[in-house]
Design a binder for this molecule. Structure first.
Ligand code: WTA
Length: 644
């Protein structure tokens, strides 16, 4: 069965080829196919060659890949420092080149050359050392998308400390749970920042998290002079109170390839978020090579990835990928539509951004605001566009191509996951014509397959997406839960990595993503677990039981819909008041991005006789329709009358 997007495409005779032909690192299908074939036929030779060519090693690796019963490793015997790879090695040729330009919502801006950024990172590394942190200790970072965040991450990497960046939109509850679960010795934060003209108080949120979870770590605060900071003696310290170090005193350590680099907590199909652990060399190679072959980053680029650094996209395509290639990055802190929907385009004009990587939700919002906001600005500096995090539908893709790119820029629809560390599927810029909304081809070394329930390969039919072999950038474990890692991703040993996504491979071998096959939903590119939300809801004293599903949303891709059964004692008369209480409860428990679009208050949930909630019927109900088909397994089929 063909999906509607594939059908639309077949019906449309339009060829999506940029009108300007530029040269890329891969320029023809033949070139791509031959390199891809080489990369999957002899993966060790491929990865070894690329790792030696693009990365700086203090000690060469002797074994490219090794696999045991419960783990796999890349580049054994090798030693390196990721901060050195992102900074020091560029100093000889690029010390005065811009590494980072930052602007906040109020229009304040800062610029750092590679030499200045290097100095800041070394200084921060010396501050971190005063906390007696040892390699492999974990530090949680709760900061906005700012130079301080980039500096803190690279300072951790410099001394072999594992960073655990928590998205600055998370609530005290979610933050506290992540600090605790990661056994963080230190938390780095700032007073706060402005987003959509609202002050986001980071330090106060940290204080609340510490109180809620009785945490004992130290807290290190960047004073950005946005708000008065209250410091708890003996626990809280200001970065600015530490003495400046002399650069010549700096000693640089090197770490093994598999040294842990960072944790990233993300939602899975159970109620407990999982801390995916990424290690050093393989992760860097994935972020670097995809930046090199897909985004074709060069010394001439100013690359803007609009993701928040608190998510994996920000880690790989703001920090590690571009900086390891010595490419200048642009950072923006604040709402993309603040003070008006022209903000994004004005920034591109002002800074002459050459390549833009953003999320479908942001594109949909801009499209909704109207072409006039885009047309007001000169976007002729743009050469390439990227999309990441969720499916981009055909109309949005076309608008991105025509209105933003002026028909001159390739669009890379990139598919990957927190778990894979770097892009696994993407269109390649030199391989036009493009198929709108298609994640296209595997990156080098990646062997994707779409399979049916018994594991047989499917063509032109929707199935489960798997990746046949481990690639270097994949997460190595779930922190303190290796059994869950193996069970969830590698149920057959280190063969056939389970992505949890559904997909369709078309006759050209190109892959279309069809969303999750589990209970993870994707709201504006934020991963949420329905189980996690359900467990928060059930913990509320007003609520007896709850079930959550996703519904389609023209702006956010998917939206959250909750079905709630109240406790008997709860007054049901004020239904609207209770709904708004529940809505606020979810956003304060998880963060405002998790606010439900719809809440239904019910007397009971549609359950089978064995007690299993029939989610498919809830989905239909959420769309305002009456569930049809076989409902004979339901305990009480009349329940729908009362719901509708
Ligand atoms: C979804 C974000 C369609 C997918 C990098 C995946 C996509 C999940 C795309 C991972 C895309 C990501 N088209 N869906 N181009 N990219 N996804 O871990 O369901 O935040 O499994 O990583 O986002 O989300 P995560």
């Amino acid at each position: 069965m063909l999906t509607s997007s594939v059908q639309n495409l077949l019906l449309s005779s339009r060829q999506y080829t940029p009108s300007i032909k530029r040269k890329y690192r891969i320029n023809s299908l033949e070139e791509y196919e031959s390199k891809w074939k080489e990369s999957v036929e002899n993966p060790e030779a491929f990865w070894s060659k690329e790792a030696k060519k693009h990365m700086s090693w203090a000690k060469d690796f002797h074994t490219v890949f090794s696999q045991g019963k419960s783990s796999f490793e890349w580049f054994l015997g090798g030693e390196l420092n990721l901060s050195y790879n992102c900074l020091d090695r560029h100093l000889e040729r690029k010390s005065e080149k811009i590494a980072l330009i930052w602007e906040d919502e109020k229009g304040n801006s800062k610029k750092f050359t590679f030499s200045e950024l290097h100095k800041e990172v070394c200084q921060m590394a010396s501050v971190l050392k005063s906390f007696y942190l040892k390699p492999k200790d974990v530090v949680t970072i709760y900061l906005s998308t700012s130079p301080e965040l980039v500096i803190s991450m690279l300072a951790c990497a410099r001394i072999g400390v594992v960073h655990n960046v928590v998205f600055a939109g998370f609530s005290p509850e979610s933050l506290g749970a992540r600090i605790k679960a990661s056994s963080s010795k230190l938390v780095i934060t700032s007073d706060g920042f402005y987003r959509r003209e609202k002050f986001i108080p980071l330090k106060a949120t940290v204080d609340e998290a510490f109180q809620k979870y009785s945490l004992k770590s130290s807290v290190l605060v960047f004073d950005r002079k946005a708000e008065k900071i209250s410091l708890k003696t003996g626990r809280d310290f200001l970065v600015s109170d530490f003495p400046s170090m002399k650069l010549e005193d700096e000693s640089l350590d090197f770490f093994s390839s598999e040294h842990p680099l960072f944790l990233m907590y993300t939602s899975g199909s159970t109620g407990v978020p999982k801390g995916l652990l990424h290690t050093s060399a393989g992760y860097l190679l994935g972020a670097l090579l995809t930046s090199y072959y897909l985004f074709n980053l060069t010394d001439e680029d100013l690359f803007w990835c609009t993701a928040d650094i608190g998510w994996i996209t920000g880690h790989s395509y703001i920090v590690y990928g571009p900086l390891s290639l010595g490419t200048s990055i642009f950072l923006y802190e604040g709402g993309l539509q603040t003070p008006d929907p022209g903000r994004l385009w004005r920034l591109i004009e002002k800074y002459k951004i050459t390549k833009l990587h953003t999320a479908p939700t942001a594109i949909r919002l801009c499209r909704q605001a109207g072409d006039k906001w885009v047309k007001k600005y000169d976007l002729s500096s743009l050469e390439l566009l990227g999309s990441v995090g969720e499916s981009i539908n055909q109309k949005t893709w076309e608008w991105y191509f025509d209105v933003v790119g002026g028909g001159q820029c390739p669009i890379l629809d990139t598919w990957w996951q927190t778990e894979t560390g770097s892009t696994m599927l993407s269109a390649f810029p030199g391989l036009a014509p493009f198929k709108p909304g298609c994640a296209s081809r595997p990156f080098f070394g990646v062997l994707p397959k779409v399979v049916g329930s018994s594991g047989h390969p499917l063509l032109n039919t929707k199935g489960s997406l798997i990746l046949e072999h481990p690639v270097p950038s994949m997460a190595r474990t779930i922190y303190q839960d290796h059994a869950r890692y193996e069970k969830e991703y590698w149920p057959e040993g280190f063969l056939n990595y389970k992505t949890g996504d559904a997909a369709l491979q078309d006759e050209d071998g190109e892959i279309w993503i069809h969303g999750r096959t589990d209970d993870v939903i994707n709201v504006s590119g934020h991963r949420l677990s329905t189980m996690e939300i359900e467990s928060f809801l059930s913990a509320n004293e007003l609520i007896a039981e709850a079930s959550c599903v996703s519904i389609e949303d023209s702006l956010t891709g998917q939206a959250l819909c909750c079905f709630v059964i109240l406790r008997e004692s709860t007054c049901e008369k004020n239904a609207e008041g209770i709904k708004s209480l529940i809505s606020n409860y979810i956003s304060s428990s998880l963060g405002s991005f998790a606010k439900p679009k719809k809440i239904f208050l019910l007397k009971s949930l549609p359950k089978t006789r064995s007690g299993k909630i029939l989610r498919r019927t809830l989905r239909t109900l959420a769309e305002g329709k009456k569930p049809e088909g076989d409902l004979s397994t339901l305990e009480d089929a009349t329940i729908f009358e009362s719901i509708l």
